[in-house]
Design a protein around this ligand. Sequence first.
Ligand code: AMP
Ligand code: MG
Length: 324
Amino acid sequence: MQAQIHRPTPANLRRLAAALQRGELVAIPTETVYGLAAHALDAKACRAIFHAKRRPANDPLIVHVLDLAHAEELAEFNPAARRLARRFWPGPLTLVLPKKPCVPGLVTSGGPTVAIRAPAHPLARRLLQLAKIPLAAPSANLFGYISPTTAAHVSEGLGSRIPHILDGGACAVGVESTVLDITNPARPRILRPGVVTAAQIQQLLGVKVSGAKSRGSRTRQLAPGMLERHYSPRTPLVLRRPPAKLSAGVAGVLLRQPAIKPAKDVFWLSRRGALTEMARNLYDVLRRADAGRYRQIWMEPLPGDPGGLATAINDRLKRAAARR
Ligand code: AMP
Ligand code: MG
């Protein structure tokens, strides 16, 4: 059976909300990437997420809710976490907090904390309103592969493994949410960089925020689910500026469109060099390059911006390029 791709009509939204209530899986658009959603309080429905994605059970899920009031039903908030939610929700900031007993252990990979956020995408919000349940939703791709930012991306990877995809067009942000461990409000810790930056969080809370440091062995996990290798095309990715003349079988990915007409096999992330445009196009460009049957993909990392969007993109690129 191939997944049905639904247009976001009111009748379809009602149907998909009912499917979610029954424990079925629905791939949904969010402002970051597409998520594979299921009833977060239904352990059987959540187990189906892990199965469809071939995701290992030790990689916990992010739970999506409408707002802070709903989040407080699932997690133990502290005052700092409430301030963050009031400032950044709905939006691409995920908070890691102690879980309440109603959250199935499967969702948190057996751990005492739950990751939670309120998405900003109007269709994700509409489904949350209609279904009236929290939705566990990791990225809607096969585990380890590039995250999906269009309904077609979801269909390519999971089309034969899930029943429903809601088509909400291309995602506006294009990289996954910032994940912040705020269990100890005196020591917030970024576990995954995203558009919401350490500086913004630091400014709001007035305490130092530590970033995700990549250290230790290749196989060691930094935080649950934060693997050194992730977000990866099948074609080996080399983080090096592509030369003007590419060797045979090599694709080059540039940060911005070149002034003169490039040779074929050249892709670019943005027309004008805007960071937000690069983030939005990143996964689509990597997927297109990956589909071109190249021997290698060469791509130049972004110039650094400590803790900002370029850091988030470089984080994904480093993991995408990590060796198997
Ligand atoms: P995805 O939605 O596919 O981007 O994956 C969700 C990611 O959120 C996981 O891979 C973890 O890195 C992170 N995450 C989810 N739950 C927790 C948690 N309880 N503690 C720390 N990180 C978490
Ligand atoms: Mg993912």
